[in-house]
Design a protein around this ligand. Structure first.
Ligand code: ATP
Ligand code: MG
Length: 433
């Protein structure tokens, strides 16, 4: 449909939708749309199209999309003041870090800043530090992109480098995430940018969150920290980081809050982007290094000796699919219908002096993995389909065609449609202890 908009007003478009500028002059997050340019608004996202002159647009609205008119601009004045402050930083590259609660406008503020920067002819790197609502890399990852043209959605930028963490939240993986920030900042500097903008996730409440954000700030050492705040929700974080150069910027009132479900849907778009055209590859396990101490399905090279396997099978009363003996643990892979009872497990633990961990065959299916080449370069994402314990092969579904030699297993499972499967206890039976 054709929509006209008067100078000074904003069209708020909720996706899934697309818009083409037919006449006039409009801006989206600091990006001046060209005539006939098409922008896409993803499901779960809202975009403000602000008319600098009387304009007309062709809008295509998908299911549940909607559009409304807003008097004035939805970009808070403080966003432009923030840009001016960042420009005035003398050191190069100028480094900014963005903090804020979920749905406060962090990503949009980063987009706005980056667009202003490229419009002024500078080079900017955006380091996306949000694992759960990643804009640039795949979900569960940190990543950065170099911006050469203005954009309306950072999602469309190709990731220059990706650091896979493997979780959608940093809570349990703080050290690994910090390692990621450090590595990506070092690599980003090689692009010789004039600006580096570092976005962070919305975990801002509580001592642990404050510690994490402080660690990121120490690692990144930004010249300025922008706090995107609605009311006073960032007070504690501000107190903790207040000795640095900080500025509070407003969270736009026009933001539409997203439900948990919508956030999950947006994440799934991220998996789809990185798993499109995936094919199943079967690889001998001894060709690759599989990393993740918490993933108990990988057949170890030094499998249990046959005498011990026989003793264990005798106690169980059946031959499991696979038995592994690790330094402190016996790991048993069994078919669903053959679940050992806790007393038998206890007996094995007494006999071996090790903890027994029973996993059901099939439980390996769906785990996301990151694939690397021999020079440790991130090649892309994959999903484990199956481990064949007899042939000692692993089936991984991935669009990566280059030879990979290292696989890091994440702690997120996806179904065949790349939808997240809640991680329950349904596939594992823990030992008697
Ligand atoms: N100035 C604005 N006018 C209208 N809509 C906006 C504006 N700023 C942000 N939005 C929309 O509000 C939603 C939330 O904003 P955004 O994604 O930037 O927040 P966030 O803090 O990065 O959220 P998350 O915690 O999910 O990463 C998005 O759909 C975004 O497009
Ligand atoms: Mg965001």
């Amino acid at each position: 449909m054709k929509v006209s908009i008067d100078k000074g007003k904003t069209l708020l478009v909720d996706g899934p939708a697309s818009a083409i500028l037919l006449s006039g002059k409009v801006e989206v997050f600091g990006h001046a749309m060209k005539l006939n340019e098409k922008i896409v608004i993803r499901d779960g996202k809202r975009m403000p199209i602000m008319a600098e002159q009387n304009s007309t647009l062709e809008l295509h609205l998908g299911e549940n999309a909607c559009v409304e008119e807003y008097e004035g601009s939805t970009i808070p004045p403080s966003w432009n003041i923030a840009y001016e402050r960042l420009l005035n930083v003398a050191e190069k590259p100028r480094v900014a870090m963005i903090l804020g609660a979920p749905d406060s406008g962090k990503t949009s503020f980063c987009t706005y800043l980056a667009n202003k920067i490229v419009r002024d002819g500078y080079r900017v790197v955006i380091l996306d530090g949000d694992l759960g609502q990643s804009d640039i890399g795949p979900p569960c990852s940190l990543a950065y992109a170099v911006l050469t043209r203005p954009v309306t959605d950072l999602f469309n930028l190709p990731a220059e480098d990706v650091f896979f963490v493997g979780e959608t939240s940093p809570r349990k993986v703080v050290e690994r995430a910090i390692q990621g920030f450090s590595m990506l900042k070092t690599n980003a500097l090689k692009h010789n940018p004039d600006f580096i903008i570092v976005n962070t996730d919305g975990w801002v409440d509580g001592e642990e969150a404050i510690k994490y954000k402080t660690r990121i700030a120490e690692e990144i050492n930004p010249h300025i920290l922008f706090f995107v705040q609605r009311t006073s929700e960032l007070t504690n974080l501000l107190n903790a980081l207040g000795s640095r150069n900080v500025m509070i910027v407003e969270s736009p009132p026009a933001i539409k809050q997203r439900s948990r479900e919508k956030r999950k849907t947006l994440r799934e778009l991220g998996y789809i982007k990185y798993l499109a055209n995936a094919k199943v590859q079967t690889i001998p396990i001894n060709w690759i290094e599989i990393k993740n101490p918490g993933f108990p399905y990988v057949p170890s090279h030094n499998s249990v000796d046959s005498k011990r396997a026989e003793e264990i099978s005798n106690i169980l009363g059946f031959n499991p699919i696979h038995i592994m003996e690790l330094s402190k643990e016996i790991c048993i892979i069994t078919a669903g219908e053959k679940l050992p009872n806790p007393e038998k497990i206890k007996k094995i633990e007494e006999m071996t002096g090790k903890k027994v961990n029973v996993q059901l065959k099939g439980g390996e299916e769906g785990f996301i993995v990151a694939l690397y080449n021999a020079s440790d370069k991130f090649l892309g994402l994959g999903v484990i389909r199956e481990i064949d314990y007899r042939r000692k092969t692993i089936k991984i579904m991935t669009p990566v065609s280059e030879r990979f030699t290292k696989v890091i297993v994440g702690r997120v499972k996806l179904d065949k449609n790349f939808k997240e499967i809640p991680m329950g206890a349904e596939h594992s039976v823990s030992g008697a202890s």
